[in-house]
Design a protein around this ligand. Structure first.
Ligand code: NAI
Length: 269
């Protein structure tokens, strides 16, 4: 159902890899709500070609950009403002990658080059996206920027290894840049801390099924799906949330506030 929440708005959506990606759903919902958008992903991720289907469906231009490259990001904003005909109203950062996780390195045996890469790709890229936009004055007044996070930023999840630090940094960047950009032109910056979700990045974490099921049973409303996450993100891009900024917003069916659930009691009893 469409409410026209993003009518006339211009947006950039990163991170749509395939139809499971959270960004994929956000792009579809943004289009449904009346926005015009560009899509971006790392040049390497484009090789699969899946994104072309989404671009066609959303009538969106694809602008490849490695989110760790300032130069690529400059081209992304330039190309997006050109294609969409003006400054950008909303940006989605939906980017995460850890080679330590991919290669199953335990927390006590992390490769530090890969650790730095995790931080660069999954967290610093958010600062770069904001700083590049800031310098180019590419985000319109009262714009909205959202990045996706996970509760491992606050709690220990052993298999999440270096991504826990990356998410903590990501959330911190939202606070710091949220202040700065808010003062500049009313742009708000938030992170949405999403339930475990069955995507390429999600299922790449060892033990994913266990913490997916555990979170589901520990949440008053059960896990939030990628579609539901997209709905929430759309509200943050809309004019209905103009004074929400510098927050880490849990979108997790209540998981972050539950001590123990009846389901877990029944299992343990
Ligand atoms: P996904 O695998 O579909 O998306 C991750 C995206 O990051 C991919 O499109 C990938 O190409 C992109 N990417 C990786 N390196 C890049 C680079 N250097 N430059 C530009 N893009 C790059 O998985 P998902 O789950 O949709 O991930 C999106 C975000 O949601 C990530 O930040 C992830 O950490 C976060 N998240 C995911 C959860 C889950 O359980 N799936 C839970 C909470 C947060």
């Amino acid at each position: 159902m469409s409410y026209g929440l993003l009518k006339g708005k211009r947006g950039i959506i990163s991170g749509a890899l395939d139809s499971n990606s959270i960004a994929w759903k956000v792009a579809q919902r943004a289009k449904e709500e009346g926005a015009i958008i560009t899509l971006t992903n790392a040049p390497l991720a484009m090789r699969m070609g899946e994104i072309n289907k989404l671009a066609e469906e959303c009538e969106a231009k694809i602008i490849p950009a490695d989110a760790t490259s300032v130069e690529d990001l400059e081209k992304l904003y330039e190309g997006s403002m050109d294609a969409l005909g003006g400054k950008i109203d909303f940006v989605l950062h939906s980017i995460g990658m850890s080679t330590n996780i991919r290669k199953n390195r335990p927390y006590g045996d992390l490769n530090y080059e890969w650790f730095m890469k995790s931080l660069d790709v999954s967290a610093l890229s958010f600062h770069k996206m904001l700083q590049v936009a800031d310098k180019m004055d590419a985000i319109a007044d009262n714009g909205s920027v959202v990045a996706l996070s996970y509760i491992a930023a606050q709690r220990s999840f052993p298999d999440y290894t270096d991504m826990a630090q990356a998410k903590a940094m990501l959330e911190s960047i939202a606070r710091s840049y949220g202040y700065h950009y808010g003062k500049k032109n009313g742009t708000r910056v938030n992170t949405v801390s999403q339930s475990p979700t069955k995507t390429t990045a999600g299922t790449g974490i060892s033990g994913f099924n266990a913490f997916y099921e555990y979170a589901n049973e520990m949440s008053a409303l059960g896990n939030a799906t990628a579609d539901e996450c997209a709905d929430y993100v759309i509200t943050l891009f809309s004019d209905l949330t103009k004074k929400v900024t510098m927050q880490n917003l849990f979108h997790d069916g209540g998981f972050s506030a539950v001590g123990i659930s009846e389901e877990i009691v029944a299992r343990m009893g």
